[in-house]
Design a protein around this ligand. Structure first.
Ligand SMILES: Nc1ncnc2c1ncn2[C@@H]1O[C@H](COP(=O)(O)OP(=O)(O)OP(=O)(O)O)[C@@H](O)[C@H]1O
Length: 351
């Protein structure tokens, strides 16, 4: 098998707060927010890897850090076999790896026209003559479903969906291979979301693009992804083919995340479900052992002490090695975790 286009290894990004002058004067250690804490995954050429998880679990930080828009704390990001974090010159990487942001209004400079926004990457990278750039901008506008005649309009003169099309045209300008799509449809009306998703799919097919698709909406992720990585509190709990993850989730967090989605199917109403309850712990002070143990309906004492430590099988389609799933001896000998909360429902391993 060919090497993946993107390989992220043990990526960490900690934000340091309280790093002000008084703290330094007092010699106080800055407090760290462990937004991304040892994340590894691959994205193969031409595929879409969905990255899902609740708000604040570190999805955007992962996307921004692997693109080196944020300084990584640790880890490596191999793009086409080369470690981006060790590159002296990011020019070529910046041409080949792009991003589409969530909010198409705040990510577009309101003082620039649509044409200027789409042309900017060509200007910055010194690509083509003035006439060639003008032609390329017109072509890009048309390709994303706008018209070349709209180049002189400003962002506020477009609808939300059209603004996202401008953002996509800008991302395409340098003919990238890889695009991080960071919640590209979540700020849009539902009716417009499908159009933008279809556009992204068409572009992927036409240009052989590789996507890391970040979203919290599971139906969107299911629709667009080939494989899915599930994130919880700065860690990836499992990665797998989209149907596997949705139909046979390996990790209790994935299971709970899927269960928390309302179902339209009336035959499923009234089913016994464990939904995600309790607050997400703070990434400033994440729980010991398995980070999900404080909310996990299956948690046993061992889970508070020990992380399941990796995945059942190596490779890019590793499933979560939760103690519950692997039926580890240690797990079953460990007593159930005592919490202050009432247990939600009786659960056994056979449920
Ligand atoms: N610049 C920052 N300084 C300090 N903490 C930050 C910063 N940016 C993000 N965080 C924190 O890092 C954690 C991860 O944030 P991130 O935005 O990556 O999560 P997310 O999964 O993308 O969430 P959302 O979907 O809400 O954007 C959160 O606890 C967030 O509060």
């Amino acid at each position: 098998m060919t090497d993946p286009l993107v390989r992220v290894e043990d990526l960490r990004k900690y934000y340091f707060e309280q790093d002000n002058l008084t703290d330094r004067l007092l010699g106080r250690e800055p407090e760290s927010v462990q937004a991304v804490d040892g994340v590894s995954f691959e994205v193969r050429e031409g595929e879409t890897l969905g990255l899902v998880g609740e708000s604040g679990c570190g999805k955007s930080t992962t996307g921004e850090t692997l693109l080196k828009l944020r300084e990584p704390t640790d880890g490596a990001m191999y793009f086409d076999g080369e470690n981006v974090f060790e590159m002296d010159d990011l020019t070529e990487f910046r041409e080949r790896a792009q991003v589409v942001f969530q909010d198409p209004f705040s990510s577009l400079d309101p003082r620039m026209t649509a044409g200027e926004i789409v042309r900017e990457p060509l200007d910055v990278h010194g690509i083509g003559t003035k006439a060639e750039r003008r032609e390329r901008v017109a072509e890009l506008m048309e390709r994303v479903g706008l018209s070349a005649g709209q180049v002189d309009r400003y962002p506020h003169e477009f609808s939300g969906g059209q603004r996202q099309r401008i953002g996509i045209a800008r991302a395409l300008a340098l003919e990238p291979d890889f695009i991080v799509c960071d919640e590209p449809v979540s700020a849009l009306d539902v009716s417009v979301q499908a159009q933008i998703l279809n556009l992204l799919e068409d572009l992927q097919e036409e240009f052989g693009l590789t996507y890391l698709f970040i979203a919290h909406d599971l139906s969107v992720v299911r629709h667009i992804s080939d494989r899915v990585a599930v994130m919880y509190l700065g860690e990836i709990v499992e990665v797998g083919p989209v149907d596997e993850i949705f139909e046979n989730p390996g990790h209790p967090y994935t299971e709970a995340l899927l269960e928390s989605v309302p179902r339209a199917d009336t035959s499923e109403q009234g089913r016994q479900v464990e939904t995600l309850s309790g607050d997400v712990p703070s990434p400033r002070d994440p729980p010991s052992g398995c980070r999900f143990h404080t909310r996990c309906p299956y948690a046993r004492e061992v889970c508070a002490r020990k992380d399941p430590d990796g995945y059942e099988a190596g490779g890019p389609d590793h499933r979560a090695a939760c103690f519950r799933r692997v039926e580890s001896h240690e797990y079953w000998e460990s007593p159930p975790l005592e919490t202050d909360d009432e247990p939600a429902t009786e659960q056994t391993a056979d449920d």
